[in-house]
Design a protein around this ligand. Structure first.
Ligand code: LLP
Length: 421
């Protein structure tokens, strides 16, 4: 099993000191479970690997935005990378420090910008000239100075799935190097803009170090040039993107990644900001689901479970692999090859394909490594309520989001006046 989340003791699976049976008994399925210890140890591993370097780790809220997860990280000193007003409000609700928030994203609205200015966030990561002017205008209106970085698109191939690659010239993110320099020159003259940093993010689930180093070198070149024209940059934000091992990937460890970054900086002294999401929470979470039926055919066997693509979208959207284990130790019979599928009416609704395993109706399965981009990408497709979320902390466990009810799901929907039966 490629997971440190579950461990087997006798005939039972545990997360930390809690038996999975007791979670299932209390909360049913489908349910996302998270180990607080795993989450915190990933965060501390990363920060420790950076040693004495002046740095800030801004957890990418889009990976997992549950306020209990954000609060656990905030307590350890994490900052946050946000991409919407909603994510900003979540961080504030989770008692995150606004002075440790960076705001990324290509389409910030006036309302979002004003909310961020009024919250005194650390930095806006600006992705276009139009956005620079919009932020200047908003800051002027509120009589504030907006701290900014320009997000550079370094045209580096992150060698990852095309849908999660963001640092190539044909992606919608950031601006090209020459444009970035032009924007810094403009920003310097703007009355309500304060130049703070430089930023990039080249993609996600990156398993090699070289794309990070190539983009870092490009950013450092820009920083040196800007310094030569008297534009001072305090921090360099290198984004997120470190991959995790879902199947047979061999991503760099935090130690290897940090060492390579330190080597590239050499003697240059500046604060470094990181925006990791997946590498902090990915392995700390799993989705527990119950087997409803088996459907065995001449070509394929299907295990139909009570979780679906609306709960975990990654397999359907990216053909992503998640390891699946059977938590029911008393399962009987022979192993067979199964597709593990949900009840949603789409052929893309699968959670795993061609899995050699022992499965029986009423068994509970765990879909591993689902802590990142699991719950945050879930939907109500097929009018399925969103799953519950549970956090395990030592011998305790807490519901950190209750299963959505039908009433919550249809909240805000209305029949037009005079609708007839
Ligand atoms: N910073 C920015 C500006 C980002 O756009 C992202 C992710 C991150 C940081 C965090 O990247 P991470 O460390 O998690 O790789 N839904 C996809 C992943 C999309 C990532 C989008 N941006 C998936 O499930 O694989």
């Amino acid at each position: 099993m490629n997971s440190s989340l579950f461990h087997k003791q006798g005939e039972k699976f545990f997360i930390e000191n809690v038996s999975v049976d007791s979670i299932i008994e209390q909360y049913g399925s489908p349910t996302y479970v998270y180990s607080k210890a795993n989450l915190i140890s990933a965060f501390l591993d990363f920060t420790t690997s950076l040693g004495i370097i002046d740095h800030l780790i801004c957890f990418a809220v889009k990976a997992n935005s549950n306020i209990a997860i954000l609060n656990a990280l905030a307590q350890k000193g994490a900052g946050f990378d946000i991409v919407s007003g909603g994510e900003l409000k979540r961080v504030l609700l989770a008692k995150g420090d606004p002075q440790k928030i960076v705001f990324s994203g290509i389409g910030k609205t006036n309302e979002e910008i004003e909310l961020a200015l009024n919250s005194d966030i650390l930095c806006f990561n600006i992705e276009s000239e139009a956005e620079l002017y919009r932020i200047q205008a908003a800051a002027k209106k509120l009589e504030k100075k907006a701290p900014i970085s320009i997000r550079v698109n370094p045209n580096v191939d992150a060698k990852t799935h095309p849908y999660i690659s963001t640092g190539l010239k044909d992606n919608k993110f950031g601006v090209e190097e020459e444009k970035a320099i032009e924007l810094y020159k403009i920003a310097k003259e703007l009355s309500h803009i304060l130049i703070k940093g430089i930023d990039c993010h080249i993609g996600s689930q990156i398993t090699e170090i070289s794309p990070f180093i190539d983009s870092l070198n490009k950013l450092l070149e820009i920083v040196n040039f800007l310094e030569s024209i008297d534009i001072k940059i305090d921090h360099l934000d290198i984004g997120g993107g470190i991959g995790i091992n879902y199947q047979n990937e061999t991503p760099p460890s935090f130690k290897e990644y940090s060492q390579a970054i330190k080597n590239t900086f050499g003697k240059k002294q500046m604060k470094i900001i990181f925006e990791p999401g997946r590498s902090i929470i990915g392995k700390a979470g799993a989705l527990i689901t119950k087997v409803e039926f088996l459907k065995e055919g001449s070509i394929k066997n299907f295990a139909i479970v009570d979780a679906a693509m609306n709960d975990l979208m990654r397999p359907a959207l990216y053909d992503a692999y998640h390891e699946i284990i059977n938590l029911s130790c008393n399962s009987y019979g022979h192993e067979k090859v199964f597709d593990i599928v949900g009840p949603v009416c789409e052929t893309a609704d699968f959670l795993g394909k061609d899995r050699h395993m022992l499965v029986n109706p009423n068994d509970y399965l765990a879909i591993l490594d689902a802590g990142a981009y699991g719950m945050t990408m879930s939907s109500n497709y097929n009018s399925r309520p969103r799953a519950a979320e549970v956090m395990i902390d030592g011998s305790n466990f807490f519901e950190i989001k209750s299963r959505e009810t039908f009433e919550q799901m249809v909240y805000g929907e209305k029949l037009p006046p005079n609708s007839k039966a």
